[in-house]
Design a protein around this ligand. Sequence first.
Ligand SMILES: NC(=O)c1ccc[n+]([C@@H]2O[C@H](COP(=O)([O-])OP(=O)(O)OC[C@H]3O[C@@H](n4cnc5c(N)ncnc54)[C@H](O)[C@@H]3O)[C@@H](O)[C@H]2O)c1
Length: 198
Amino acid sequence: MKLRGKTALVTGAASGIGREIALLYAREGAAVAIADLNLAGAEAVQSEIEAKGGRALGLAMDVTSEAQVDQGIDRAAAALGGIDILVSNAGIQIVKPIHEFPFEEWRKIIAIHLDGAFLTTRAALRHMYRQGRGGAIVYMGSVHSKLASPLKAPYATAKHGILGLCRTVAKEGAAHRVRANVICPGFVLTPLVKNQIP
Ligand SMILES: NC(=O)c1ccc[n+]([C@@H]2O[C@H](COP(=O)([O-])OP(=O)(O)OC[C@H]3O[C@@H](n4cnc5c(N)ncnc54)[C@H](O)[C@@H]3O)[C@@H](O)[C@H]2O)c1
């Protein structure tokens, strides 16, 4: 029970990697807020955690919406007792060659990964600094934070950008005992990956 007494908020936790993180954190004793566009999916993960005796809250949140992020993180902190851990995980993938990439789709990927990481970080840091008990921010990067693949221009660009945000948070957060790290997984078979396979 490494996380007993801690509260975590995981974005994109109705599915895939985020869902597994939420379930693992709950098994380790954390109270977990599951924030996702998909409220029914978030509530299903909440029920799964509660059925095993854990504490959880499913939240509807579009991580690109400043108001939804601020209100959702405030709500999670009020319901669960603050925010000790943020996992910025929500993400999508669209694969196309650069010369055919619609600008709207470029902007959508950049917004979900980078605006989402910024908005959730800002809202979580406000709680962590005020609480004065430190904290941890975990970003879901990718092997594409370090490398590139054809057809994944906005995804690789966004995942590289997360490194810069994380390094800045690590420097600013240190005085408040807030750590920041990026996880860079390779291939994980989730709906995000399955949707790329024709
Ligand atoms: N699957 C892989 O191979 C792999 C590898 C490296 C990194 N990643 C990263 O892991 C993260 C999770 O991916 P996954 O494979 O579990 O995908 P997934 O599709 O299973 O889950 C993504 C979740 O994010 C949610 N989401 C999408 N847009 C959102 C928004 N605007 N606001 C809130 N929630 C939103 C979806 O509803 C979904 O529940 C992503 O950041 C992805 O880039 C995945």
